[in-house]
Design a protein around this ligand. Structure first.
Ligand code: PLP
Length: 222
């Protein structure tokens, strides 16, 4: 795998050069992360707490760790001290646990709320109604140690571009609608994490501010 060439090829196709590239390094060895780091990548995406914990001490201090997968509440404490952004907050329970762990170590933890946009049942996340219910809950308004920076979503795994585009459009529209609402100060709708190796160009066309790209950089995960 020529990681440098892959990174250049991916970057060259970006429709929005300001869109943040999160290099998804899950299952990949440290040598691959170091190679990407040497090419200027600072943002790395991992989806397993154990793996992120193992890699974090081995990488330079200024590496930014993105937790992109489903996160179990009982594991939040292990990444709370250093995680840069938790993309996959898919329940109020998890958000409250992140707040609790942040409070313990006196750190405000940046998160994105994961929205269920795909057709598949298996994908995690809130729907629009659940988001509304949560943000109106007094327990939500009282959170002190999380910073909600936007939304994250994953499109259906399909070849059908229209389907993918429709799902990204629905996420973008929810994002824009939330922006117009009166929200607590710790909620800022500024980041929209959507797009992976197979659909990041559509995602950028539809307004993504960060893409999570793994296989197009590091090769398939077998
Ligand atoms: C694995 C993963 C990605 C990256 O997928 P690729 O298709 O390899 O680019 C992006 N987002 C999430 C949530 C993932 O789990």
């Amino acid at each position: 795998m020529d990681i440098k060439a892959n990174l250049e090829a991916v970057k060259k196709t970006f429709i929005n050069p300001d869109c943040l590239l999160v290099a998804v390094s899950k299952t990949k060895p440290l040598a691959d992360l170091k190679e990407a780091y040497a090419c200027g990548i600072r943002d790395f995406g991992e989806n397993k707490v154990q793996e992120i914990q193992a890699k974090q001490p081995e990488m330079p201090e200024d590496t930014r760790w993105h937790m992109i997968g489903h996160l179990q509440s009982n594991k939040v404490k292990y990444i709370a001290p250093f995680v840069h952004l938790i993309h996959g907050v898919d329940s109020f329970k998890l958000l409250k646990e992140i707040n609790k762990q942040g409070k313990k170590i006196d750190r405000i933890i940046p998160v994105l709320l994961q929205i269920h946009i795909a057709e598949e049942e298996s994908k995690f996340g809130f729907d629009a109604k659940e988001i509304q219910e949560m943000i109106q809950d007094p327990e939500f308004t009282a959170l002190t140690h999380v910073s909600v920076q936007g939304l994250m979503g994953m499109a259906t795994f399909t070849e059908d571009e229209n389907q993918i585009r429709k799902e990204f459009k629905s996420l973008k529209s929810l994002f824009e609608n939330l922006k117009k609402e009166t929200l607590p100060a710790f909620v800022e709708m500024k980041e929209l994490s959507m797009g992976m190796s197979g659909d990041y160009l559509i995602a950028q066309e539809e307004g993504s501010t960060m893409v999570r790209i793994g296989s197009a950089i590091f090769g398939s995960r077998g």
